[in-house]
Design a protein around this ligand. Sequence first.
Ligand code: PMP
Length: 407
Amino acid sequence: AFTYQHKQIADYFPALQQKVYGQPLIYFDNAATTQKPQSVIDAIARYYSTINSNVHRGVHYLSQLATEASEETRRRVARFINARHTHEIIFTRGTTESINLVANSYSKAFLKPGDNVVISAMEHHSNIVPWQIACEDHGATLRVIPMNERGELLLDELDHLLDEHTRMLAITWISNSLGTVNPVREIIEKAHQLNIPVLIDAAQAAPHIPIDVQAIDCDFLAFSGHKMYGPTGIGVLYGKEQWLDRMPPYQGGGEMIKSVRFEKTEYNDLPFKFEAGTPHIEGTVCLQAALDFLESLPLADAYAYEQQLLEYATRQVSQVPGLRIIGQAAEKASILSFIIADTHPYDVGVLLDKMGIAVRTGHHCTQPVMDFFGIPGTVRVTLAVYNTPAEIDRLTTCLDKALSMLK
Ligand code: PMP
């Protein structure tokens, strides 16, 4: 039985009221991006209809309001993840840019020839490639924590992988292709015993599990607004003051300076040192509406509901003949990847689409994970708080139908 008092949450989402190919839309591609509630859509229109102006520069009324609204979001985000200081919150384009910022700037200050950076076998490309580039630039090597067939990291390997030359451990909290929830607190504790800082990719965690950066004690944490019911193009980098203070700017331009002379430029204080140019003001301001939505659910109930829904979905799709779930970790959240014998994930995805069900197929920007399992890709069903058990039932029926069409 579902304990959550489902408040017809889908009603708040206009995009979910559509039909596609004459079928009611069932949206199961939430790990790629979530739909937006009316309150977020309204906030965007309201922003442009009222306080639209550039931030930090103007003395005029609108600019003051836009600046204040942006900085209010910063305070809200700091509270959302329990950061110690508001200036430890830096706005970026998204998780990808947050990780690139650290890989670029931190590595300039701290990565030397002979050093190494440790990541894991289940990272999204955006937590692999920036570190490959950094290692190449600075003569360092990349090391990878392996995983088992269930999609769980082999954490005992950390004892060999981490050493006095490790300058960074960068790891995802929740795998976007397997659903594995990694025990980040334990991992961070291990790294800190060797004074190694840890970056957490929280792109899939932020919408689905509570985040307390002080409790897990991560050094950096990255996530995207668009995966948590907010606008695209706005993301967050949390970094501990002690690191951010010692890192050089990522980009140069307006806003990130105190004074500019041709001989020498003095950089601005945190967080502005890392926010060159006109930011995504509308996205920043409207991220607040997304946090309002999440916190109104309330959060704890939403997380519990999604967990129940994942368990239900796992049970239901397991009954489809020939279906194999990829990613069977003991701790999972919101993501269900599978393949079906004698079918290609793409063909299954196309048929589901024609029945009104949006799933993602392919490697999900985790090619090494697909190589590990020796598969071309998976069909990936990813859940959000507006999905329902009835939609799961329809998925199961449609999978059976798709199979009979393919065979
Ligand atoms: N990391 C993970 C685990 C993700 O799922 C994603 C998005 N698929 C990213 C990073 C990149 O996020 P974005 O595209 O919003 O920068």
